[in-house]
Design a protein around this ligand. Sequence first.
Ligand code: FAD
Length: 518
Amino acid sequence: MSWDFSTEPEWQEQLDWIERFCREEIEPFTLAFPYATYSRQHAPKALRDHADGLKQQVKDKGLWGIFLDKEVGGPGFGQVKLALVNEILGRYGAAPAIFGCQAPDTGNMDILAKYGTEDQKERWLKPLFNQEMRSCYSMTEPHGGSDTRNFKTTSVRDGDDYVINGEKWFSSFGKTADIIVVMCNNGMFVVEQGTPGLEFLDGAGIHAHIRYNNVRVPADHLLGGEGQSRELAQHRLSGGRIHHAMRAVAQVKLALDMMCERAISRESRGVQISEHQMVQDAIAESYMQVQMLRLLVLQTAWKIDHIGGLAARADIGACKIMAAKTLRDVVYRAHHIHGALGTTNLTPLQQMWASAPTMSMMDGPDEVHKVVITRELLKQYEPHEGLFPREYLPAKREAARRKFQWLIDSDQEVKDHVAQMDRYASMSEYGRSSAGPGEPRVVSSRTSASSLGPQKGRHPAARRGHGTHDQGSGVPVPGTRMTFQRFRTLVTDTSRASYHRQATALGAACRRKGASWN
Ligand SMILES: Cc1cc2nc3c(=O)[nH]c(=O)nc-3n(C[C@H](O)[C@H](O)[C@H](O)COP(=O)(O)OP(=O)(O)OC[C@H]3O[C@@H](n4cnc5c(N)ncnc54)[C@H](O)[C@@H]3O)c2cc1C
């Protein structure tokens, strides 16, 4: 039996080290020098050296670039181990850079590792892996990002070159990257920074708006084959989405930790705010959502390891959507429980809150992923034959009866029992009796209309008028022979609201009368 939710001790040791290292080394370094890792080129040499020292410690532990498989130069730990690592790194903004697994380089390395030639790997994958280079991924176009069929950027072969024309935006780090991986309708290309024809328009901060004006690249800058760009994009994005979701687990755990700490640290109306039930509700709801997200992400990681990213694409989409949703819900509650403080930049909550809608959008909006999930799910189904669904109970009962016909035919008591069931069934407009075979009817004819709701909606058993009447509640009651089975049948059969009320009262009356529950 390999259905195991525990972490092997050797890996747990690594995780403990990572947690300690992030908390004791990366977090203080980032708080003291916020730009030293984010814009390394502008940082003083002493800070770059310090960051390099931290990276060396990661390398010495064999944890550098852990997202890459062995055959392409990484340690090849697989997605489950990676998920457990990211669950820690995601708390500390600079940690992915110190561990050599920051976006968008990871996705571009994924493409180069899988589709690059040996020469391309040498020129671009190696330096990216060693962080001697930074990259950008340029896919989204201003007139439409969700649907690649709207894209207009194309390349044309011209002798030994390709000539690229088009317009992209939200190309993160486009201005500062050494190479830009650009998606054309007929191929994916590497464009080196400084190539003539690259025009940078005013973009949204680090997300560059780029015009490609007759950008000429040598033919060996094509990644994969001509016409393969969608396949490469799919490969690239599926890794990125699950990595983001893994790091979102870290974020929601942080928000939950903060919420719990605050709840037992503040008082209102003479008690800790954790004593207020609505605060307890917020904590419990958050805990459940965090657990669900975490398990979904881990199971999806396990699926990627066992059946591959393509086969797990619906789950990857589900992780991406649930990560954003959980982040939104849990951070909102943490925000709220921190009162005014939660609304400021004095804790990480405000930044986490802002990242929730961003997460719903980047790597494709939730709606598009829902379409994929549904499409993949529906592939597993077939339409039912005829008018009725497979779960249509009369047909299922008939088939079940046929299966046991031998038993009915061979035993007179069973035969009588079945005949009695059929009699009761024929008396009920729902196709089933509200009372079990051999039981007296339970509802009184003296029951007042007010206690049962409108006459018109009353259960057929009530209209037929059997049984006794409870003086206390004014509801129809059974004798002590009322069994749980019959009570349950009534609850199951009564779909209208008034019947539920009736059934609940009946259950209470049953208990008062000391009716048998089995
Ligand atoms: C922080 C950030 C970083 C990013 N980095 C990069 C990057 O490095 N490189 C890059 O290429 N892109 C990047 N993007 C862009 C991102 O991939 C796109 O924003 C995303 O794919 C959506 O495209 P769009 O913005 O054009 O939205 P649109 O395609 O215009 O969609 C807008 C809305 O229309 C609706 N919609 C669209 N399609 C459907 C559908 N099929 N069914 C139902 N509703 C639908 C949805 O409500 C959707 O949210 C980044 C975005 C963000 C926010």
